[in-house]
Design a binder for this molecule. Sequence first.
Ligand SMILES: Cc1cc2nc3c(=O)[nH]c(=O)nc-3n(C[C@H](O)[C@H](O)[C@H](O)COP(=O)(O)OP(=O)(O)OC[C@H]3O[C@@H](n4cnc5c(N)ncnc54)[C@H](O)[C@@H]3O)c2cc1C
Length: 410
Amino acid sequence: MTSRTGIIGGGAAGLFAACFLKKEGKVFTLLEKHAECGKKLLLTGHGRCNITNRKAPLELINGYHEASKFMKPAITSFSPDDAVEFITKELRVSLKEEENNRMFPVTDKASDIRDALVDYIGADNIRNNFEVVDIDYNDGTFKVTGKDGSKLSFDNVIIATGGKSFPQTGSDGRSYKLIEKLGHNVTPLYPALTGIPVAKEDKEFTSSLSGVSVYAGAGLYLDNRKKNKTEGNVLFTHDGLSGPAIIELARDIPEDVEEHDGWIELDFTPGRDDTEVDKELLEQIRVRPDARLVTIGADYVPQSVSQALGKRAGVTDITAGRVTREQRKEYLKELKHLHLTIDRQPKFETCYVTRGGADLNEINRKTFESKIVPGLYIIGEALDVDGISGGYNLQAAMSEAYIAVRNVMC
Ligand SMILES: Cc1cc2nc3c(=O)[nH]c(=O)nc-3n(C[C@H](O)[C@H](O)[C@H](O)COP(=O)(O)OP(=O)(O)OC[C@H]3O[C@@H](n4cnc5c(N)ncnc54)[C@H](O)[C@@H]3O)c2cc1C
């Protein structure tokens, strides 16, 4: 008898799983709750879709945080090179490589990838407007119930219902209950890859610099413990902080951060210790006694940032020749240890990915099959896997889809 596979969720993971099944001539149905598939895919890479990252697989897996080891079989079985080959040869979408190995469609249009996926799968294999509200497993058969009460039977089910970010795209977190009903645990969920709002008392500072981007070291602290650190561009916003160095820190901010002492520390001269920078400042103060201290500080950061740091240190108008030791130390503290209190956990509505999801201890990493229910696969952001920014999350979705489908076909 032909084995039938139901794929639940027509996002990146579900669409690629469907393509791989189609390529092998298998019988499957893709169920998507919205009237169209890939709504989130259309938003990726600011509408340009950073589809993968062409780093070597063993380097790439380091971008999946706690799930690095878990992701090794998937990423090495279907690598970024395999993804590029599939997308260019099978989907016939040409790709280009940009800075930091990030790959995009040559046309800069995410819709080219989404449309090619849907065309490849074929309309007959997709049921849009089908929201799965229940899944029952009995004696080797899955009974899937739609919102309108209709029922479908499958021998295998691939859950690809996504995480909780950008809920208007369809992945609103409600489908975790399908996973739990089948006996799986869902680990705590955190918004990841997003900006961090700062407390009221620090908002004036960040909003006065809104739009300014500076290279800095960034550390996330909770109750005096350093939880994570990054280095890269930091963007000041009306609400707080964003930019590549900041968004990677968001995944460590707990829901109850207000009950903790949580802050971001910025270091505008990363890699150099306080003594070294202080010595340099002293030397400049000696050589340029008539310059304002904040003008000397502009050797390290843009003038607007130095000015704002000077304001916090209370040295805005002081010329170098009149600066006291305490005032210099205050300015140095802002330059090397700028302390910005975290206001609250960022929102799922605006984060790019969800940290947390189906517990990896209950998933076979070589097949992505459930260790609890045979024939059940969970892939994509529904799993407790989140990657750094730069094409890692879509590559995860593709690799997981590939490895699950390979097992479905066995
Ligand atoms: C703004 C933005 C930009 C991003 N840019 C990039 C990027 O450039 N590169 C990158 O690698 N990653 C990027 N990401 C992350 C990436 O988009 C996701 O990791 C990826 O889309 C996850 O794929 P998925 O298939 O698991 O989930 P999703 O893409 O969220 O798809 C899940 C699908 O399941 C459907 N669904 C949910 N529940 C049900 C149900 N019960 N029944 C039927 N259907 C259901 C949803 O409607 C949805 O279509 C970005 C994310 C956002 C929000």
